[in-house]
Design a protein around this ligand. Structure first.
Ligand code: ZN
Length: 1082
């Protein structure tokens, strides 16, 4: 599964894109990837945690991981607030959890007189009415910079209206009864039964002329052949929101297929243990170990529109008509909401799937169509019954189906048919051609690389109109959001081809990593996601030898995860399965660490082996565990076998010891080299390290491969396998011209610090001949130096010294890192920086002019030339934003030109990479004419992403009355509803807007809290109070907000304001030092 689109990675996760942009992307592009949504239960439980400081808490928000799953949770961090309160509310309504699981006295124990599906519908209806908390009343209300919390916390579109079903289901919750403790309290299935085969029939009632309801009912039958491993009188299997209509158990079975003569084990009762999502069958007899049985279940359920959990349906427009389709998303734990099953990745089985659908639709599943017949329903309507061939041995999370009225294009690669299915318009326009052209070659490349043929006879790839910017690797039926698969004619200046190539490579990589060899359980999900993410780069590099793998890997993967992986607040890549207690925790695993850290660790592993060894070990692993499951240690064992059979590469320890030191630890080390002595040491990286303080969360050390260069020449690798070591070969003296850089090509997952002399040598080399240092290392030096200085590992002056050569820097990605660190958002939106601004302006403009001229010429003359330069596309916006902010006349001029042309010809879009900045400048330097024009455009746009972009741009005005009117429009009464984002926050973010918003709030706080909820007032406090640095300001804000907040919010107010103040004081000190440095060097 691919969670983040490559465009998102490039645009947003690259460094700290300006807050304004970040919010636009966060809200429009994809964090809440619904394919990874927790079950609804959990998704509604995603309670935003209030922030304690603007900066340091980011990581908390990024890593909403329950505390007990964090191996190195440090005392200096705020504990999480209570986990999923909503989940408890919900589960308690159906069946009270066992007392040990209840840890909050405030739960109300209602018991619904009906089953789980009804409970769900009722809950949704209540949620809609806002009964359970206020954060859902309005759009997003995170404090500034904290939108990223949504990365791990699922959220997503809810169906708009849901009827409350009244039918009494066959599988009942136990009303009013306490459940005794039992196996239903456990997250993992008891080992009583092993599923062997599923006969699954699904019948969603989708008709081409009838899809106005927000739900769609489906019925199904499943016969599961199981082998009994432990004698039992009770069966547990997963089932969520399904009504069981009937349940029978036949057996023991004789050797052949069931023929109706086998015995029967009576089923006395069927009930739902909702908390762990089980269906429980109480039997009137005992199943015998070694015997096979067949469970025969009939069930029904509801599919929701665009919910992306289990079975769902989407309504879209094609050929000018409204149409609907049904599709599925089972990973990780949604199969159980489509059919009762043994929903764990190691419980692989074969599947015979049958889909009943309207004759006007085509049905697709993992395997090729086997046959078709007709069937009448009770109303006399005819339906088509499509059966599919038997799947290979596979886990439930890979079961897939789609029922749609699509066209397709196809091609045969090595005798196997590849078809891409999409809206008829899209197919007719050739939008799927690019994807089809590259899919076959990617399959062939990976088949050859791993020397294992793709085992399925066909591949279908379906482009859904909305799939939340994600894609899913279901075996034989890959499902994509169409924005990640189809080229649009208007995709002039985007990196769309790169995006499609990345995501396709990722999902095709899963056909081996995940589908063929599956992790034993979700705790090792990085085994598939880390490798699939890593091989994206191998595939693309193979087809595009010009591809700048190191720089793009840095930009897409390494930089974002290093920025967030802090030993104290993040989690290890591989976790202990035993530590998981709730289903929703599985969803949290699809995060940064699984994907990006996973891929980074794989890359580091391949860097200290050679390519041959790396691939042979993987071949051996894939072959051994084909159609089966593996855990991390299995992988290391295969690497060890390969290493033991050669003598060229010598490792300081077994592969398992080396890699465990990385996969079982959160965070990463800072490696410091003293070039005068050759002494090297390692220590964990902490956010804002306190000088001379040792934190004891990391007793262990990492076993660190040190690949390095001296004077541009690659040296023999060494290992730092303890806390410190001396490497005489790394010494340089003050008098010679040598320089040393550790972490060749940034393949190691760590940051590097040097002593004063080491940094001085590098600064001198940059001043003398920057090109002697490869681009990736110029990036590295800037990124490491700024990050380390920000967190007290080195001085800010060290980082600033490195930037003196920048007039000679013609790589926009290096500039990007520098600008992200120098033209920060608090500088952009804070008038208190009046002393620093003119100095910075002078210092940067002198150096920036050459790179500016280069890119402004491209924008003016041939913007399409940027199309394939994803690094430039990712970095351009920051360059543009900074140049205009620094007052570069040519930038302002270009901005005006582009805006004016667009006003004259709105059909000629502003180049997308710089559109947000141009719109913002257009409004900031314009009058109400420009503003009204934007409002008009806003009214005519239907895409949320575009509306958010315009809503933000409108807040860029510097006219107090325009901003005030904007707030009136948004909150009190106006021509439009502005539902996409919280306009109060948007306005309050700008320097002028801060005062307007504050004033507006005084007079209208009741209207604001009605519109956005009282929770949003807390967020506003963060935004408005972001610059405070004195006690007087704290008191003033406290009084200001005190009247508006509720009692419990008031209690934490003071502490929060103090935290902001202290943080600002620290920043002030840093800024003062920067200002002093600039004064000296300008
Ligand atoms: Zn994936």
């Amino acid at each position: 599964m691919e969670r983040f689109s490559a465009s998102e990675r490039l645009k947003m996760e690259y460094a700290q894109v300006s807050l304004r942009q970040q919010r636009i992307f966060n809200q429009s592009l994809a964090f809440p990837s619904a394919s990874r949504l927790a079950p609804l239960v959990a998704s509604r439980c995603a309670v935003r945690r209030p922030s304690d400081s603007l900066g340091a808490q980011w990581a908390l928000h990024l890593s909403p991981f329950p505390q007990h799953l964090r191996p190195h949770w440090g005392a200096s961090n705020k504990p999480h607030e209570s986990k999923h309160p909503r989940r408890k509310c919900l589960s308690s309504r159906v069946v009270r959890p066992s007392p040990s699981r209840v840890d909050s006295a405030s739960l109300s124990y209602e018991v619904f007189p009906f089953g789980p599906k009804e409970a769900r519908a009722a809950l949704l209806a209540e949620e809609e009415e806002g009964r359970y908390g206020e954060e859902r009343r309005g759009p997003l209300t995170e404090p500034p910079g904290q939108d990223l919390s949504r990365r791990g916390l699922p959220a997503g579109p809810l169906p708009t209206r849901r009827p409350r079903p009244t039918r009494e289901p066959a599988a009942k919750a136990i009303p009013g009864k306490w459940l005794p403790p039992g196996p239903w309290d456990q997250l993992r299935l008891p080992p009583w039964l092993v599923p062997l085969h599923y006969e699954l029939e699904l019948w969603p009632r989708l008709r081409p002329d009838e899809f106005s309801s927000p739900t769609l009912s489906f019925t199904g039958r499943v016969n599961i052949t199981v082998r009994c491993a432990v004698a039992t009188e009770r069966l547990l299997l997963h089932s969520l929101f399904l009504d069981c209509e009937s349940a029978e158990v036949r057996g023991p079975l004789s050797a052949g297929p069931p023929d109706g003569t086998e015995g029967r084990v009576p089923v006395d009762d069927v009930w739902s243990a909702f908390d762990m999502q089980y269906m429980v069958l109480e039997l009137g007899g005992t199943l015998q170990p070694g015997s096979r049985y067949e469970l025969q279940l009939r069930f029904s359920g509801l599919a929701y529109q665009d919910l992306r959990e289990g079975l769902f349906f989407s309504v879209y427009t094609d050929q000018g008509e409204r149409r609907a389709l049904v599709a599925s998303q089972m990973e990780p734990t949604f199969a159980r909401s489509v059919f009762p099953c043994f929903d764990e990745p190691a419980l692989k089985a074969t599947f015979n799937i049958t889909i009943i659908h309207h004759p006007s639709y085509v049905a697709l599943s993992n395997m090729p169509k086997l046959g078709q017949s007709e069937k009448g329903d009770v109303n006399g309507s005819m339906w088509t019954v499509t059966t599919f061939s038997t799947t290979p041995h596979m886990p439930t999370y890979l079961v897939a189906l789609a029922i749609c009225d699509y066209d397709h294009i196809s091609r045969t690669e090595r005798g196997q048919e590849i078809r891409i299915w999409a809206r008829k318009d899209a197919i007719a326009n050739g939008n799927a051609d690019f994807a089809l052209n590259i899919t076959g070659p990617i399959f062939s490349f990976l088949e050859e690389l791993f020397n294992i043929s793709y085992p399925l006879p066909k591949t279908d790839i379906v482009a859904l109109p909305t799939f939340d910017n994600s894609a899913m690797e279901n075996w034989g039926l890959l499902i994509f959001d169409e924005s990640l698969l189809l080229m649009q004619p208007k995709d002039q200046v985007t990196d769309k081809k790169a995006v499609i190539s990345f995501i396709l490579s990722h999902e095709i990589g899963h056909q081996w990593f995940g589908n063929l060899v599956t992790m034993n359980w979700w705790n090792d999900v990085w085994l598939k996601e880390g490798f699939a993410s890593y091989f994206e780069y191998g595939v693309i590099n193979y087809f595009n030898p010009q591809f700048r793998t190191n720089e793009i890997f840095f930009s897409n993967i390494l930089h974002p995860v290093l920025s967030e992986d802090h030993a104290l607040v993040s989690r290890a890549v591989s976790l202990e399965a035993e530590n998981f207690t709730e289903t929703s925790e599985i969803n949290y695993l699809f995060d940064f660490f699984t994907y990006k850290k996973g891929a980074s660790l794989v890359r580091m592993l391949s860097s200290f082996l050679n390519e041959n060894l790396f691939i042979s070990a993987l071949k051996s692993y894939l072959k051994t565990f084909s159609y089966s499951n593996a855990e991390q240690d299995d992988l290391w064992r295969h690497f060890q076998m390969v290493i033991d059979h050669q003598s060229k590469i010598l490792l300081p320890a077994p592969v398992k010891s080396i890699m465990d030191s990385w996969t079982h630890h959160s965070g990463f080390p800072v490696i410091t080299l003293n070039v005068s002595t050759g002494a090297m040491k390692q220590e964990p990286f902490y956010l804002e390290k306190v000088k001379n303080q040792t934190l004891l969360t990391h007793n262990d050390t990492w076993i660190v491969p040190i690949l390095w260069i001296k004077n541009g020449i690659t040296q023999s690798p060494v290992w730092l396998d303890k806390s410190s070591k001396i490497f005489p070969e790394m010494q340089v003296s003050d008098s010679d011209h040598d320089w040393v850089i550790l972490n060749l090509n940034m393949t190691g997952y760590y940051r590097v610090n040097y002593d004063e002399l080491g940094w001085k040598k590098l600064t001198q080399q940059l001043d003398k001949d920057p090109k002697a240092i490869p681009v990736i290392h110029r990036l590295q030096l800037m990124d490491d130096a700024f990050s380390l200085s920000k967190n007290n590992y080195t001085e800010i002056e060290t980082a600033l010294d490195l930037t003196k050569y920048l007039a000679e820097e013609d790589e926009i990605i290096v500039w990007h890192v520098v600008l992200e660190n120098l033209v920060t958002k608090d500088l952009l939106f804070d008038v208190n920086n009046y002393d620093m601004y003119p100095l910075l302006k002078k210092y940067l403009l002198k150096r920036l002019i050459s790179i500016w001229n280069r890119y402004s010429t491209v924008i003016r003359e041939n913007v399409a030339a940027l199309q394939d330069d994803s690094l430039a596309l990712a970095a351009l916006e920051k360059l543009f934003e900074a140049a205009c902010w620094l007052g570069l006349e040519d930038c302002l001029q270009l901005s005006r030109e582009l805006f004016k042309n667009w006003m004259k010809h709105p059909e000629n879009e502003i180049p997308s990479p710089i559109k947000s900045v141009v719109l913002c400048n257009g409004v900031a330097f314009g009058t109400d004419e420009e503003w009204d024009f934007l409002l008009n455009m806003y009214a005519n746009k239907t895409k949320e992403e575009e509306r958010i972009q315009l809503a933000y741009a409108m807040s860029c005005s510097k006219d107090p009355w325009i901003l005030h009117r904007y707030l009136e429009y948004a909150i009190i009464a106006g021509p439009f509803t502005f539902n996409e984002t919280n306009i109060m926050e948007v306005v309050a973010e700008s320097e002028v807007g801060r005062y307007i918003a504050k004033d507006f709030l005084v007079n209208n706080w009741q209207a604001v809290s009605v519109r956005y909820g009282t929770q949003s007032l807390l967020t506003l406090m963060h935004v408005i109070g972001r610059t405070i640095s004195t006690d007087l300001q704290v008191t003033e804000l406290q009084q200001f907000f005190g009247n508006m907040l509720e009692e419990h919010q008031r209690l934490t107010l003071h502490a929060k304001l103090q935290t902001i103040k202290n943080k600002n004081l620290e920043n002030k000190e840093r800024k003062a030092r920067m200002t002093a440095w600039l004064r000296k060097n300008t």
